[in-house]
Design a protein around this ligand. Sequence first.
Ligand code: OFO
Length: 180
Amino acid sequence: MIPRKIEAAINDQINFELYSAYIYLAMAAHLRFKGLNGFANWMQIQAQEETVHGMGFYNFIIDRGGKVALKAIAQPKSEWKSALAAFENVLAHEEIVTSRINNIAALAEAEKDYATRNFMQWYISEQVEEEANANEIINELKLAEDSKEALLMLDREKAQRIFMFPVIPGGIKAPGAAAP
Ligand code: OFO
């Protein structure tokens, strides 16, 4: 049985992961409106990943005999002054996610809930990648500076991103995927 405090923290994190998806969908809509379809593609795939992250927590609560409680998702912003500003927002948001994930891991240790502590390890590693990805694109956009050609080249590159179903040990699995 999952400790109540942990169940509450993970339920909050389901909400925050879906909020992340909402933010990235809003960014995708904005970038598409601005004609930056490649960056919009990147954001839409990011939103899909966030939904899977949320479902990983959702299934974990169920597997541990707890109850999922869904809450209202906050309204995201709808405008960013540039692609760079949007990706700086991604990084700032992911830093918040990282600290929330760390807090859940710390709570699990304090509660001696080692199943949750173990489960959180995937998310801890994932956050390293999330922050690195955002940082890499921020650096690319800074290098592009005011060059429209460089911006369009980067946009075309981001159009190549495809959705890879994140396989979360103990969490949701890709349809048809073998257990990790
Ligand atoms: Fe779920 O990692 Fe981003 O938010």
